[in-house]
Design a protein around this ligand. Structure first.
Ligand code: ZN
Length: 209
């Protein structure tokens, strides 16, 4: 399970792949089932192992609800992608999508409480963060993800949200010079370098001597 996004919201949209200027590829769909979504959420610390187990068992008891929750996850993923892709392309995200994301976040925050994010040297937290009770509904793990997307919008740095030079994955460029071009060197960087090498060799061969 590759995590190249560098931010929860971007890792979430990268759970489906495909080439940069083509529709997402169903072959690169990580969320084939509701259980895949649960596994991903556990892996990224969105929910605990125990909560994941409970959700999986609840999903097994109600397949229809699991199907609906999976659809909701994919819809949220599309909404977040459609919001951040224009940003990565240097454009403004559509206002209608921002409003939609705000509504999802508002509903998520209605269930959240404020809790210490960490403890400094004393007993006082240095910062607080939104925290959600253990999930009850199958879609509950989506709440922190929707909120993470809005936090990235409000806190930035949006100028470092980029799209891979080869595929549709988005990432937060945290490299020192902010010169990162690929989702990962292994997945896309090497592939593109290889392609350029092959093309150059072909050109050289076909060039008149
Ligand atoms: Zn890529």
């Amino acid at each position: 399970m590759p995590l190249e996004g560098g931010h929860l919201a971007l890792d979430f949209v990268n759970t489906i792949g495909g080439l940069r200027d083509q529709p997402p590829s169903q072959e690169d769909e990580l969320f084939a089932s509701y259980d895949d979504l649960v596994a991903w959420c556990v892996r990224l610390g969105v929910i605990s192992d125990a909560d994941g187990g409970r959700l999986s068992r609840a999903a097994a008891r109600d397949e229809k609800a699991a199907g609906r929750a999976l659809r909701r996850a994919r819809e949220l993923r599309e909404l977040i992608y459609a919001t951040f892709r224009p940003i990565a392309d240097g454009r403004e995200p559509p206002a209608a999508l921002l409003a939609e994301l705000r509504d999802v976040d508002r509903a998520a925050l209605a269930e959240a409480h404020l809790a210490p994010a960490d403890h400094g040297s004393g007993s006082h937290a240095r910062a607080m963060r939104w925290s959600w009770p253990p999930p009850k509904e199958l879609t509950d793990p989506l709440r922190p993800i929707a909120h993470a997307a809005v936090e990235l919008l409000t806190n930035g740095p949006l100028e470092h949200v980029k799209i891979c030079g080869n595929c549709r994955w988005l990432f937060l460029d945290q490299s020192r010079n902010h010169s990162r071009r690929w989702c990962s060197m292994a997945e896309c960087g090497t592939q593109m370098k290889q392609r350029r090498f092959v093309e150059r060799r072909r050109r050289e061969r076909s060039a008149p001597r």
